[in-house]
Design a protein around this ligand. Structure first.
Ligand code: PEP
Length: 255
């Protein structure tokens, strides 16, 4: 089964809309000869930058997919400060990250809420990138696989079988995010293979279709070794995605 790798840049709470436009343009220059049918690229700017990035992508016919970092599960209503899946779909957003460990830890997002968001994203015609991953304490006490299994079962619980065909899961060990300390390619492969088995157990026959990204301090120097692992189908990149040259080198490492 061949799965097209997906390299996603999570810009987090960085860059205003003018800086975001500049990064899109720099990236299009760095990836001028990139074959997007071989490796997909999605960019996940802050909400307020989405319209500007969409306009540049559209006007310059760039082949990046637009992504969001989060959304609410309701389509509209009295949810001050929130953004709905249908609003994102209207902006040509293709991928929405849900359940990032920063949202789980800093905003108390539960598997149940993440499951509702993932289902709402899929219902609005977009693809959720559902994040899972263990803390250092959980890894050191031998619970990594159990934690990720519980997160997957909870966070994917409300997705239809059809949504599993396009679903993306990101395995991101919390201790590797933004720390400069990545999981070894062997450990990352091991956890992604475990995640694939769990996914297949949740919906039989879908494990081989689901793309599983690795995330956690992916840099040009470690990208190739991580991305050549059989169960790693791309990367969710934080810090290095803010630098066009570094991000492009990670994309190239996937080809
Ligand atoms: C992330 O934001 O999901 C991430 C993996 O960040 P970083 O690449 O900076 O570790």
């Amino acid at each position: 089964m061949s799965r097209t790798p997906l390299i996603s840049g999570n810009w987090k709470m960085h860059l205003n809309h003018l800086e975001a436009i500049q990064l899109c343009q720099k990236l299009s220059y760095e990836l001028a000869r990139h074959r997007y049918d071989q490796v997909e690229v999605s960019l996940h700017p802050p909400f307020i930058d989405l319209r500007s990035c969409q306009t540049v992508i559209d006007a310059d016919r760039l082949e990046f997919k637009l992504g969001a970092q989060n959304c609410h599960d309701q389509s509209k209503g009295a949810y001050t400060g929130e953004v709905s899946p249908s609003m994102l779909a209207k902006l040509d957003v293709s991928y929405v990250i849900v359940g990032h460990s920063e949202r789980r830890a800093l905003f108390n997002e539960t598997d149940e809420f993440i499951a509702a968001k993932a289902a709402a994203v899929a219902k609005a015609g977009m693809t959720p990138i559902v994040c899972v991953g263990e803390t250092l304490e959980e890894r050191e006490s031998g619970q990594a696989a159990a934690v990720v299994t519980t997160q997957l079962r909870g966070s994917l619980a409300k997705l239809t079988r059809a949504s599993f065909e396009t679903l993306v899961v990101a395995y991101e060990p919390v201790w590797a995010i933004g720390t400069g300390r990545n999981a070894s390619p062997e450990d990352a492969q091991d956890m992604c293979a475990t995640a694939r088995n769990v996914i297949d157990d949740i919906r039989r026959g879908t494990g081989e279709h689901v793309r599983i990204q690795y995330g956690g301090s992916v840099k040009p120097a470690n990208a190739h070794e991580l991305l050549r692992q059989p169960d790693i189908d791309g990367a969710l990149v934080g810090g290095a995605s803010l630098d066009a040259v570094q991000f492009a080198r990670i994309v190239h490492a996937a080809t």
